[in-house]
Design a protein around this ligand. Sequence first.
Ligand code: NAP
Length: 337
Amino acid sequence: MENRIDQDKIPFRTLYNGDKIPCVGLGTFGSDKYGPEQVSEAVYGAVKYGYRLIDCASVYQNEDRIGEVLQRIMEEKVADRRELFVTSKVWNDMHGEGKVTESCKKSLADLKLDYIDLYFVHWPFPNYHAPGCSGDSRNPDSRPFSTEEFMVAWRQCEELVDQGLVRHIGMSNMTIPKLEAVLPLCRIRPAALEMELHPSFQQQELFDYAVSRGILPIGYCPIGSPSRPERDRTEEDVADTALPAVAAAALAHGVHPAVICLKWAAQRGQVPIPFSVKEPQYISNLKCVTEDPLTEEEMEAIRREDRNCRLIKGQVFLWEGAKGWEDLWDPDGVIVK
Ligand SMILES: NC(=O)c1ccc[n+]([C@@H]2O[C@H](COP(=O)([O-])OP(=O)(O)OC[C@H]3O[C@@H](n4cnc5c(N)ncnc54)[C@H](OP(=O)(O)O)[C@@H]3O)[C@@H](O)[C@H]2O)c1
């Protein structure tokens, strides 16, 4: 492996309470393609190289293996606990009374940690679909968003902070109307919003909304998720790495277009969490934010590449009577019920 990166070379972002978070992390969703062994070995290699932020979730079904690797990392003094920033997320079937706490404790046990740095409500719906299910599968019990139900989950997240089991809490896959409904009810505000963000899907309005309220946007699918599962592919999808402004910048900087997507993300201000189990890839994905930034003109050219191309449409969470996946995202600015 190339020499590890000095921690003082990696830019940090600041959460609203002043705590720091690295400006790039490693995703750990194997997309039904990479198993727990490969993903956890990548976590080991990535932390050795210099990553400190690891984005986990119970539904990725690999937290137990990642936990073994985190323990190895600490025993070998590659990084100590306080340097690491580990996230996890409660899955949709665990939103009910007592269930969020149960799920968090399971993640803590699997990850072999005393606390999680940032714990997310993964989706705002309690709608369950089995991991690896097909794109047209539906659960007859699925329901539209309910502020009351969401707050049952959020109150438990707040209690996890009180108990010292998590340091920060966050929301994921939210919209402005849903945030407008829940933010006034929060005793502890979300520190971060995990959302799909890549050059062809910039969500400028939601991004600005979060930033203006001191909520850090964390960008998933930052490269446009080229290895995403079949259920998350449609013919209209755009490949971010093929966008003209991304390809032109890649040529100018002599790097893979994936790396340009990450430079753009980090310079824009979100925290990208690219996934890779391949050492040369995850090395370049961290190194790229420490050198050779994009010019203002390149940033502007990529800003103009937004195509409103949502990749993770969430159609498996739809309820009976919903018109289509757009309903999950409140297209008219009001919560779709
Ligand atoms: N909160 C949520 O609901 C949510 C939803 C989705 C994802 N996430 C999180 O976000 C993370 C990232 O999203 P993602 O995995 O879907 O998409 P991504 O990071 O945009 O894409 C990952 C893929 O890009 C390719 N790649 C990575 N680095 C590269 C490089 N330097 N050069 C060329 N190709 C490169 C790899 O493809 P190959 O494997 O083919 O080489 C890799 O599998 C996930 O792992 C997960 O932690 C969260």
